[in-house]
Write a protein that binds this ligand. Sequence first.
Ligand SMILES: *Cc1c(COP(=O)(O)O)cnc(C)c1O
Length: 388
Amino acid sequence: MSALANNYKRKNLSFARGKGSFLFTSDGKKYLDFVQGIAVNSFGHANQHLVKAINNQSKKLWHTSNAFIIPEGEKLAKRLVKRTFADSVIFQNSGAEATETSIKVARRYFYSIGKKHKNTILCIKNSFHGRTLAAIHASGSKKMTEGFGPKIPGFSHFKFGDHEKLKKLITKNTAAIMIETVMGEGGIKTIPIWCLKEIRKLCTKKGILLILDEVQCGIGRSGKFFAFEYANVKPDIVPIAKGIGGGFPLGAVLMTKKIAKAMIPGTHGSTFGGNPLAMSVGNAVLDQINNKLLNNVRKTSKYFISELNILKNKYPKLIKEVRGMGLLIGLQLFTDQTYFINKLMDNKLLTIKAAENVIRILPPLNVKKNEINLALKIIDKVCKNLNK
Ligand SMILES: *Cc1c(COP(=O)(O)O)cnc(C)c1O
């Protein structure tokens, strides 16, 4: 009997070590890991540059309070600002903290300009913004909020693609629209480029903020630094986490100058957020997110998706759709995907579920072509056996 609470349905499988795209059990079994901690380990397991960064920093300084200047954090924030739409950064430790801080920042901005009534956040129904109380109510998912009442006010929901409803929901009390650029847990559903552009225009016209949750699709995962760059739009606030830590817990909120002005001393804080250890790892992740890597993500993605589409055509009764962008890929089946995922696992390929019968496939960003080919071979084999 485990002493851990039973809030996860875990597979009966554990690992002793990892190297790049692979995980190894204590008895030496080798698995191709296309989960990577759910889009967290941007460069796979035991990436040398990250190992070095954390080793070096761990010998110098782990943690100091945000009451003092943390040079590694100053550096990481400057680099994030230099690379993106943002002028200012607040560091956190996780995705949910980053999305929740984004909500706080949006509301505080309107408060600071004398419009405290503007505090409602519009979100997509059954989206995913994390598991804290506000974040589950932002997600508007019955499954996630059930039993965790009372309902937290200040959120309204529209269905994915329901533009009329979205427009109708905007009132004088609306502060922001908060959406994932690519819905990860929701089944790898991408907000179309034209739609992002329209939403940006709508926000500007109505004087509300656009929060793009890039916790899962950000930091190179989409093939661009941020997925919204494909649409050439500029958000106001962007929460990030997962990939920026490369496996170390790290989250952040990126924002424009106008909004950052509202975050005066005392408005927000975090004991651990922005600690030297996390900041050193974040810097070492950014060192490796260069144009060469992003080109490779796009190239690998194109190949992988086209090969998956060949499998879709080969097994039209099993695979309904190949979805996603970059190395955030979804294989939508016609039926429940759990059995399929377990079969892939039996064949030493690790993938993970998302909503709408989707199998999520998340290789590290530096995945090699022969590893993609190995995954394709395993998927083909499992399809063939199921197709009998
Ligand atoms: C994973 C995720 C979160 C929550 O991140 P945690 O680190 O688990 O709190 C929030 N938003 C999106 C889009 C995510 O994928």
